[in-house]
Ligand binder design. Sequence first.
Ligand code: FAD
Length: 369
Amino acid sequence: MAPFLSQDTTLIVGAGFAGSVVARELAEAGRKVHVIDKRPHIAGNAYDETDAHGILIHRYGPHIFHTNGQRIFEYLSRFTAWRPYEHRVRGVVDGVRYPFPINRDTLNQLYGLDLDEAGAEAYYEQVRIPVEEVRTSEDVVLNSVGRDLYEKFFLNYTRKQWGMDPSELKAGVAARIPVRTNSDDRYFTDTFQAMPADGYTAMFQNLLDHPNITVELGIDYFEVRQSMQPAHTVYTGPIDAFFDYRFGHLPYRSLRFEHDHLPDVDQYQETGTINYPNDHAFTRITEFKHLTGQVHAGTSIVREYPEAAGDPYYPVPSTENEALFKRYEALTRERTDVTFVGRLAQYRYYNMDQVVGAALAAARTILGG
Ligand code: FAD
């Protein structure tokens, strides 16, 4: 049944970071807000829950919070305490685990070298294949580390992850991954790296806990939109769906998550995530106890299998898809009654902190600031 909305209420579609942060900001400014989500839970893709064995897991894959934005970190700190956590990843090549992103130790272990920082820099310089105009992900990697490291760590991982060759993917995809000359083996180098002490879902409960906010779960906007006349709508779902796919579907890469519990195994792997670029149909395995610091006699892991169809997770970054998104984006300008924000509405790979930033900005605009 469609929720009854009084005409002074703002409807928010989606209880992920985008929707929940806008909801909180509007509520604190005195607006009445009604949040709906088609899933049976809040927190969007950041949702975490205790599995059947008592271990806190992330249903939609590992979410590690990191940001350079002090303002964003302080904002979320109103709703959670934090557990300091620096994520580390290893990449398996020919059965051996190497630090990833590639750093000086990766080179030394892989090639039996003893390079210092200057030596590592000289090594990259020697093996890189200069590309005059860097356009694709293949160009980015060849240009910085050359063919052997490209083939060992990037080529097959990218093929699995995207179902496309790195030569078909825009440069921005690979440019996200650094290459280091020092021994820093942290996956991220942001100033703030931490996990919500009681988990993401608990943080979202606090975000949404305000007398001006009501939340209704298991409601699909498209089944109720005809019957509601909110003061304003904040839409955080897929933009193509909002406009009835009139220009066609925006392509997404999906994932299947295979969760597994290993009783009586204290630790399954030495780092939070291990990448398998060249073996198996999955890309990586994450062990949640590293992320959460939970103490338990057993352990829970997740394997990620990239898929073409399924829930929309990663916008596929190509010039063609961006042009299609622009056509939808142009339609949003005619809809002053709706604010579009978040990774699905903006068809952009956003980290959580970026979504919080975008949501705070959207709320300011709605409030006329
Ligand atoms: P979402 O979290 O997707 O929320 C949108 C909500 O809208 C969903 O709950 C959906 O059910 C709801 N919705 C959609 N359509 C409708 C409808 N018709 N009716 C009602 N409700 C609807 N970021 C990081 O910073 N660090 C990480 O380590 C990290 N890891 C990630 C790992 C994976 C596997 C993935 C896929 C993403 C990861 N991210 C990470 C990105 C992070 O998930 C996003 O930045 C964040 O979830 C985006 O929030 P959002 O509110 O825009 O979207």
